[in-house]
Design a protein. Structure first.
Length: 218
């Protein structure tokens, strides 16, 4: 399988703002037939670990497209077993299970985003409450950014260290490298979480990043 790993010729740079992350898990059985065979889910306490990331991107520029653009990105990311592919011997990879944007051009446009599984969605943010609706997916959560206690250190470490994304094309495994100067996640309390993505969803934790993050893919 190692010989199948390829790099994706993709490069873009920009800034991430108002990052919010919800971590949840689902039974492995619910993923049967939903992901490529070459993608191996990471299990935590016998369940597959996912994270939903809501982030506002600005000053984004892509290789070959010098005009800056901005949009609200919501990504449903599955943690994968990939320590065989990186020097740290840690599982640091993710698979974009679904992605959503509030900009039609982002869902229709270029080759850059074709592996992100984009859908057009209506996204509403009112104070601490986030709500998103697309043709296939409903997602809602609310965060208290002054939590009374912290959650699992193992969950924090796993989400914080993610720095590469995988996809499969013609049964070959491809990787995108993600670079950022920092990823200062802070714990939050998620006091409301609803989605129709899966039947059996267990909330595992929530985080936010208040800093503006300079970001590079490729």
């Amino acid at each position: 399988m190692t010989k199948l790993l390829r790099s994706i010729p993709i490069e873009f740079n920009g800034r991430l703002n108002k990052v919010e992350i919800i971590v949840f898990s689902v039974p492995e059985a619910e993923l049967k037939g939903r992901i490529p065979n070459e993608i191996v889910p990471l299990l935590i306490n016998g369940r597959v670990l996912f994270s939903v990331v809501s982030v506002r991107l600005d000053r984004m520029t892509a290789k070959g497209l010098p005009i800056p653009f901005a949009y609200h990105h919501v990504a449903v990311r599955m943690c994968v077993k990939d320590k065989v592919y990186n020097d740290s011997q840690q599982n640091k990879g993710l698979y974009f299970y679904k992605s959503f944007s509030n900009k039609p051009l982002m869902t229709l446009g270029g080759y850059i985003f074709t592996n992100y599984n984009f859908e057009l969605a209506e996204i509403k943010v009112a104070g601490s409450v986030f709500e998103m609706n697309s043709k296939s997916t409903y997602l809602k959560f609310a965060l208290d950014k002054q939590p009374r206690e912290h959650g699992s250190p193992a969950i924090y470490k796993q989400i914080q260290q993610l720095d590469r994304a995988y996809h499969v094309e013609s049964k070959k495994l491809y990787v995108i490298k993600i670079s950022r100067e920092a990823w200062p996640m802070r714990w939050a309390d998620c006091y409301a979480f609803e989605t129709n993505l899966f039947k059996d969803v267990k909330l595992e934790g929530a985080f936010y990043i208040s800093d503006t993050i300079h970001y590079r893919v490729g």
